[in-house]
Write a protein that binds this ligand. Structure first.
Ligand SMILES: [Zn+2]
Length: 137
């Protein structure tokens, strides 16, 4: 499986971090950690931007974070016209790990607040595509 199975539109199918999509299909949300300096990356990177090493390992993302900021989209770009309204946010997991993703449709925009406890979960669309979303912790 490659990135052609990830998300809704136009992702590159071949990357050195395609295992991310396999893991996601198994219900695991993992980033990469540098074996040399310990820097962590999500979305996963194949090369460390801190020390330039390409010796990376996988680690499970923390399951508890806080919503740092968010916005609700009422208009969407081409290919996503059926989606609005939807809310996107940045989750701070501590340790320098932050993630940008959509919030689950199950959380109404008026119920979203900065600082709320959240987590991330794999998401499977009806057409077989997979991604991840922010949910309440
Ligand atoms: Zn490194």
């Amino acid at each position: 499986m490659g990135f052609d199975k990830f998300g809704r539109k136009s992702f590159t199918a071949v990357t050195k971090t395609a295992k991310f999509v396999d893991l996601l299909g198994e219900g695991k949300i993992e980033g990469t950690v540098c074996k040399k300096c310990g820097a962590k990356f999500f979305p996963p990177r194949a090369d460390c931007s801190a020390c330039l090493s390409n010796e990376m390992d996988w680690f499970a993302m923390p399951n508890k974070g806080k919503l740092e900021t968010f916005t609700t989209a009422y208009y969407a770009p081409f290919g996503f016209e059926a989606d609005p309204p939807y809310t996107m946010g940045v989750v701070d997991f501590g340790d320098g790990l932050k993630l940008f993703a959509r919030l689950t449709k199950g959380i109404k925009p008026e119920d979203v607040s900065v600082g709320m406890n959240v987590t991330i979960n794999p998401l499977k669309y009806d057409d077989g595509q997979i991604s991840f979303e922010i949910t309440k912790a």
